[in-house]
Design a protein around this ligand. Structure first.
Ligand code: ATP
Length: 286
């Protein structure tokens, strides 16, 4: 953008039937990347290939197979939700029943209401309905869950995940809502100042960390005290109703045997699952 280099040297391949999330701080370049993919802006240099085709040269044939949700979806406010989608269907030159999309996002009951009366979340739902209207092969979604209530978020996550799993739709999206990312993404790509910092499968990001264990025990304070003096324990902290133990040179099995040999009653031993937040902190601070 003029003298601002928003994205640089980004090289990313997304497979068919994969959901990938672009993560990163405000201004990292996520929206710019999504807009370049959707053809809304043209990159100064570099190439976007979609369905194996050069997106700049063959945009018309590609565009019909893409659904796009921008950060702030715009509508004709004086038209109803249904009329807006009919317009979108006509622009896409497709003979589509728009009510299916309205129903999927939970807006069928307000199909005849003018968009100017819609709340933020309702506009976002309508944006999603517009993105999925043509049943595209590729969905490009910028912050799809912003403004949605928890019930709608759950429904949208279920719907989008089923598109990926059943119809092999590809989804490229951005989000700051880490729980939603954990649920929808197969892979996450972290951007920082327009560059790709890391890209990993979500199952490896969210793996269990067997060296950090939450222990539910009958006498947490006494157990924490006893563990603190063991050389194989790196750290122990008392949390409400449990103790959190970081092991140095020991397995969870050793920890269990030790506590039982000391006469404690174990109510549960849970290896800690890494979170996306842990991953981001690590990636962004190294
Ligand atoms: P956010 O999480 O806040 O949505 P983002 O990762 O989507 O951020 P971008 O919107 O892609 O980030 O912005 C990347 C960089 O490009 C930022 O430095 C931003 O200020 C700049 N930028 C974005 N749009 C424009 C524009 N239209 N004109 C000039 N600079 C822009």
């Amino acid at each position: 953008y003029g003298s601002v280099v928003a994205v640089s040297g980004l090289n990313l391949v997304v497979e068919k039937g994969e959901a990938i999330c672009l993560l990163g701080a405000n201004g990292a370049g996520k929206t710019t990347t999504l807009y370049a993919l959707a053809g809304t802006i043209l990159p100064t240099t570099g190439t976007v290939r979609i369905f194996g085709k050069d997106a700049r040269k063959e945009f018309v044939s590609i565009a019909g197979r893409i659904g796009f949700l921008p950060e702030k979806p715009a509508f004709f406010d004086f038209l109803t939700a249904r009329e807006n989608l009919i317009m979108a269907a006509r622009l896409a030159r497709k003979d589509i029943t728009v009510d299916k999309a309205l129903d999927r996002v939970g807006l069928l009951h307000v199909a005849n209401a003018k968009v100017k009366t819609f709340s933020l979340g309702m506009r976002q739902r309508l944006g999603l309905a517009q993105a999925i209207l043509t049943e595209p092969d590729l969905l490009i979604l910028d912050e799809p869950f912003t403004g949605l209530d928890p019930e709608c978020t759950t429904e949208m996550l279920k719907m989008l995940r089923s598109f990926v799993d059943i119809a092999k739709v590809t989804i490229v999206f951005s989000s700051h809502l880490l729980h939603e990312v954990e649920t929808l993404a197969d892979r996450v790509a972290v951007l920082n100042h327009g560059r790709l910092l890391a890209c990993d499968q979500i199952h490896s990001v969210l793996a269990y960390d067997s060296s950090e264990v939450d222990v539910l025990v009958d006498s947490p304070a006494a157990a924490a005290n006893r563990l603190a003096s063991q050389p194989w324990v790196e750290r122990v902290s008392e949390e409400p109703n449990l103790i959190r133990v970081r092991l140095k040179d020991a397995t969870t099995h050793q920890l269990i045997v030790f506590l039982m040999s000391q006469g404690f009653v174990l109510l549960g031993v849970i290896p800690r699952r890494r979170t996306l937040r842990d991953y981001l902190m690590k990636v962004c601070n190294t």
